[in-house]
Design a protein around this ligand. Sequence first.
Ligand code: SAM
Length: 291
Amino acid sequence: MTVQSSQFNGPSAPNESELASIARVLHEHAGIVIAPGKGSMVQSRLAKRLRALGLNDYASYIALVTSEAGLDERRAMISALTTNVTHFFRENHHFETLRKEALPPLIARARAGAKVRIWSAGSSNGQEVFSIAMVLADLASDLASLDIRLLATDIDPHMIARGRDAVYDPATIDTIPQPLRRFLQAEERGWRIAPELRTLVTFRELNLHDSWPMKGRFDVIFCRNVVIYFDPAAQLRLWQRFEAALNPGGWLFVGHSERVPLGAQSALTTAGITTYRLKETGSKSGEAQWH
Ligand SMILES: C[S@@+](CC[C@H](N)C(=O)[O-])C[C@H]1O[C@@H](n2cnc3c(N)ncnc32)[C@H](O)[C@@H]1O
């Protein structure tokens, strides 16, 4: 009976030393912190991986993900251990700020010939970036003729693939304001984002702790409910990099439990709940290019 359950369900929760080894790999490669005592969470998220590999103990799994040959499995482990929870129009007040304050001047600038670049960093399956795109398309019926582009990045390749597919379960559309549901198309698999919105968005796999290949700066950055999983030093480094990646007057939206420390070192100012803006003066503008 024991043999059967270990064969079919994988091993029980990792012990504290195994948990520490797994946490070390996750921290080193994704910057994510797992606290001691999270053994059962790790067990439930890695059970499928161990089963797929036919492994019955964490020692063998740890040996694999720390070996040179274990690169693919390390990526699969990171993917399994990331928290991808998201939903359309999550923290809706940010989308109200976008609609009323941030986007109208940016659309006006785009109509005058400027480029506008928006980044959803830690985008999960794309519901955040498509919420932005819906507000944008609602405000600008001439969007197709403007140079406004959105970038969505995530460390998890499965989330990037789902964003590119842009098909969502019917239950997920409940939080989309009724008038904006016109940007969805019914399909057998669920609701698909309309092509005119999909073409605005580029999805790319990116670990935020690595170097960023994008050149130029952004007018709006969403990085919400992502840095919460990182240690304080990594959080601070990222806030500074986001600040440097913004155009003057650019907007930074962060998650409900996240705060950017503002001080002498920062050119950001508070512009609403968990909303920041780069001061207009000081740095030069430059549009972001990623393709
Ligand atoms: C909880 S979701 C938040 C999604 C969305 N921003 C929102 O607020 O609804 C966090 C996302 O951050 C991604 N993530 C975690 N660590 C990351 C890293 N080091 N680089 C890039 N993305 C990361 C995860 O894969 C996950 O999809």
